[in-house]
Design a binder for this molecule. Structure first.
Ligand code: ADP
Length: 476
């Protein structure tokens, strides 16, 4: 078996080297683990052309034929799960157990959309005239560009390429520069699985240059982006002249609400899972924890104990629950949020400072007395910091939870069935976890409202964004 670690980009089925390079480091040690080419506009255009050429014959296969190849791709990813997880942890930092979980989660999107490839149904609509018939076809949208972040280096790619390839599209992936090796490994496995050369291209390099080229191209009909709202808005604007279809999975600011009638132990367990997975670096991480007055103190006490018990370490060390943050900027943001909150009256119950190991490790932190004026209320911390806010009643909780431009995930714990319905309906979010802190699965539609984005990924809805509807009006 050849190693999956490639220091070259995949364009038109060839491994392409570069003259300039990007170094990739291990967040746990800061040591350089390898390098990838710093490619730009010319190579991106070649990748787009390759995707366009390859998608012709690919889109003319039957859904069942595409399905069979994608199924093999899934099986290969799972066969190499351990190696992929090790690579992922090395460049991203998350605990190995989480990396294994991510590889399985990533593969699940390929499996799911392999199955969906057979179910791209059209429609026959009762006609408006006796001598006409109305038929609706669904066809692949065209070349797809996928720009992906570093926090889920495998799953954020397969969630996009799964439906794109199943629909019959060719793809150009631009992975985050912090975590390109997982992306390149997925490229290598695609070839092994029998995906035609050029159908899936992976280009590393200057984000701005590659992004500009992808958005300017009129061959690229669809852009799927996961990342910050700031860059998402920029890509939206850049895509306007060519009227591309966009999927944007942007920042969140998830509220996590604990009502007086909640099962407190379950709420603590859910808060830990939702807040601290991937060291707090997920877009659906609980960012603001709201505790109702009646249970506030008891909840906070238990949550503080559970937070303090989390084991910090390198992702490769057995038992690690909290790995390093991705880079120094991420660490600085956590410190800034804690500094701002304490200056405005919040109290540190546990943690509050970088971890004794140094480097990019930060101690899991719990703050109480958080208020709407603090940065922790307005911005995603994207780190292991849990600020707790207090609320009075249902209206107060919903008002505070919705007081943000974002609307990706929201969570709440309650037992009263009337309250559960009311709050679930009033929360402005694309995803609501009720009595659970874990919501991600390939079977359900993932996506946000308001400034958190456009479109849904995964589930039976996830392929729609990669299809165009064509209406045939048949005169008899
Ligand atoms: P994060 O905070 O997750 O790093 P970013 O939005 O900065 O979020 O990055 C997400 C992805 O977008 C990465 O692949 C990054 O390289 C890419 N990116 C950053 N800036 C641009 C840009 N100007 N054009 C296109 N892609 C970009």
């Amino acid at each position: 078996m050849t190693s999956l670690k490639r220091e070259a980009c995949l364009i038109g089925g060839e491994w392409v080297s570069g003259e300039r390079w990007i170094e990739v480091d291990d967040p746990a040690t800061g040591a350089v683990i390898g390098r990838v080419p710093r490619l730009g506009a010319a190579e991106t255009r070649r990748a787009i052309d390759a995707a366009e050429q390859a998608m012709g014959p690919w889109s003319r296969l039957t859904g069942k034929e595409r399905s069979r190849i994608l199924r093999r791709y899934h099986d290969l990813i799972m066969a190499r799960q351990e190696e992929l997880a090790a690579l992922l942890t090395q460049e991203q930092g998350k605990p190995l157990a989480e990396a294994r979980g991510e590889i399985a989660y990533a593969a699940s999107f390929i499996e799911w959309f392999a199955e969906e490839a057979k179910r791209v149904y059209g429609d026959v609509i009762p006609s408006h005239a006796p001598d006409k018939r109305i038929v609706v076809l669904k066809q692949p949208i065209g070349v797809v560009a996928a720009i992906t972040p570093w926090n889920f280096p495998a799953a954020m790619i397969t969630r996009k390429i799964g439906p794109a390839l199943a629909a019959g599209c060719g793809v150009v992936v631009k992975p985050a520069s912090q975590t390109p090796f997982t992306a390149l490994a997925l490229g290598a496995l695609a070839g092994e699985a029998g995906l035609p050369a050029g159908l899936l291209n992976v280009v590393t390099g200057s984000a701005a240059e590659i992004g500009d080229t992808l958005t300017a191209s009129d061959k690229v009909r669809k852009l799927s982006f996961t990342g910050s709202t700031e860059i998402g808005a920029k890509l939206y604007e850049q895509s306007a002249p060519t009227i591309k279809k966009l999927s944007l999975e942007l920042g969140g600011n998830a509220p996590f609400i604990v009502f007086d009638d909640a099962d407190l132990d379950a709420a603590v367990a859910g808060a830990i899972q939702s807040k601290f997975r991937n060291a707090g670096q997920t877009c659906v991480c609980a960012n603001r924890i709201y505790a109702q007055a009646g249970i506030h103190d008891a909840f906070v006490e238990r949550l503080a104990a559970a937070t303090a018990a989390l084991k910090v370490g390198a992702g490769t060390e057995a038992g690690t629950e909290i790995g390093p943050l991705i880079d120094d900027k991420a660490l600085a943001k956590v410190r800034e949020h804690i500094g701002d909150a304490t200056a405005k009256g919040a109290r540190v119950l546990t943690g509050g400072m970088p971890h004794a190991r140094g480097g990019r490790f930060f101690t899991p932190t719990l703050l109480t007395g958080a208020t709407a004026e603090m940065l922790v209320a307005r911005e995603e911390t994207f780190g292991p910091l849990a600020p707790v806010f207090r609320f009075r009643d249902e209206d107060d909780a919903v008002a505070q939870a919705n007081a943000t431009p974002f609307g990706l995930a929201a969570y709440f714990y309650a037992r009263d069935i009337g309250r559960i319905w009311r709050v679930a309906e009033r929360i402005e979010a694309g995803i609501v976890g009720v009595n659970t802190g874990l919501i991600s699965t390939e079977l359900a539609p993932f996506g946000g409202v308001k400034a958190s984005g456009l479109g849904r990924e995964g589930s039976r809805y996830g392929i729609d964004d990669y299809l165009e509807i064509k209406y045939l009006c048949l005169g008899l």
